[in-house]
Design a protein around this ligand. Sequence first.
Ligand code: XMP
Length: 510
Amino acid sequence: MDKILVLDFGGQYDQLIARRVRAAHVYAEIHGYDRITPEEIRKNGYRGVIFTGGPNSVYAKDAPKIDASVLSIGVPILGICYGHQLLTYLAGGQIAPARAGSEYGKTPLYTESCPLFEGVPPESVCWMSHTDELTAPPPGFRVVALTPHCAAAAVADENRRLYGVQFHPEVTHTEYGDAIIRNFLFRICGCGADWQMEDVLERTVNEYRWSLDGKRVLLALSGGVDSSVAAALLHRAVGDNLTCVFVDHGLMRKGEADLVERTFGKELGVKFIRVNAEERFLSALAGVTDPEAKRKIIGEQFIRAFEQTAKSLGKPEVLAQGTIYPDVIESGKGDSAVIKSHHNVGGLPKRIGFETIAEPLKDLFKDEVRAIGERLGLPKALIWRQPFPGPGLGVRVMGEITGEKLAALREADAVFREMVERAGGANLPDQYFAVLLDTRSVGVKGDRRAYGYTVALRAVTTDDFMTASFTRLSWDTLETAAGRIVNEVPGVTRVVYDVTSKPPATVEWE
Ligand code: XMP
C-alpha cells in the first residue's frame, strides 16, 4: 500500500491535510518534524512527503526544521505555507516578512503550467494565511504561481520533484485545492489509490481474528462513537470472546444509557455488562465543587468500577480501547498546554495487568471511524452522536453535583436538543446542550414566588472545536425551548442563552 508522510511543523491543518490525502484513497501518516529523520523517511518507503504549515518564521530561534538532506533522498515533497518557506529556505532561497504585510483570506491565484497545476485554470481562487514570504527562489526552482500580493505563491523544481505553495490547498476555500493535492499524489508521487474503507474493515477484522484467537477481550464501552465502533468491530472478529463493560456513572444524557444497553446487549448480541454505579459516583462527588477535582474523581471512580468488574471476570488477557488516530497524534506531541484535563481510560493496563492492548481504530480519523460504524450496522443515533465529554453531565452541573440537579439538567437538555433538532433539520450546530447553573434566581410559578435554578443553553458551530462561534439560533427556537423548560422542569425558573465564542470562552462551562 502506498503511503504519504505528512510532516507536522505545528500547523493547525495537519490533520486536515492527512484527511484530504486519505479521501483520495491514499494512506497518510502524520509525524512530528522532530520524530523522524530523512534516512528513516527514505527507508520507510513513503511515496511522498508533505510539509505542513506552522506558526513560525524560518528565521525564528526555535523554528522547527528538518535536516536539508531530506531534499536529496529522491522522495517528492510538497511544502505548504510554512512548509513551502522551509522547503525553499533549505534549498537556498530567501524568506522575508511579506512586502504587502500579512495576507489572510481568499485571493486570486494565477498559475502556470506544471504537473502540480494540471487541470487547474490559469486564474482561480486560493486561501492564504501568512506573514513571511519567499523573496528569492532557490537555484533549480521556478515560480509557477502568483497572487496580487505574493510574487512566489508556488514554486517547482520539477527535476527533483520538489514543490512549494504559499497558500492552503487543503482548505475548501481554495477552489482547486483537491485537484492540486491529487496531482501531487498521483502525477508527481505516482501513488495508487488503494486505501479503501471496505478493505480497512475486512483487513482489521481478519488481523484481530488471527492475533486474538482464543483470548478473552475486555472493552470499556462509554457509549461514545469510538468505543462503540471498536466494540462492534471486535465483536465481528472475536465474537463471544469479547465482553463489553459499560460503567453507568449516572452522568449520561436522557435515555442514553438505555440506548447503549439496547444496541449492544440486545440488538448486536454482544456480551454486555452494565455496572450501575450512579450511587458510587454521587457519593464520591458529594460536596465537591472544583471542576478539575470533579474530573479527577470521575476518572478515578471509573477506573475503580471497571477494575472490579475486570477482576470478577478472572482478568481477561486483552484490554481493547477505542483510541483513534488524533488521540495518538495528540499524545505524541506532548507539549500542548493542558486547558482541561480530559478524562480517558489511560492507566488501566498497568493497574489491572493485561497482557495486550487492542486498539483497532488507532489509524483512523473520526469520519473514517463513523464510516466503519455505519458499515457495521450501528444505529445513526450512536454514530452521529454530537461530542459529549467523558465526565458527562458532571461538568455541566455547576458547583456541587446532586441527583436532583442532574435530573433537572437531563430534562432541560433533552427539551433543548429536541427543539434544536426540530428547527435545524439537516443543518444542526456542531454541539448543543444545556448547563445547570449554581445560581438561583427569583421567579413566579403558579402565582407563587419561586426561587429556582437557572439553565444556560449553549450551541456552537465549529470545524475542530479548537475555536468555535456561538450558533445564531432563531428567537423562535430559543423562546419555545425556554418556555418548555421553565414549565416542564421542576426547580428551574430562568433560562439564558450563551452568546460567547471560543476563545475566550470554552465550549463547556467547566
Ligand atoms: P472545551 O470546553 O475545551 O471543549 O472548549 C472542546 C470539546 O471537548 C469536549 N470536552 C471534553 N471531552 N472529556 C472529554 O472527553 C472532557 O473532560 C472534556 N471537556 C470538554 C467538549 O464537549 C467539546 O466538544
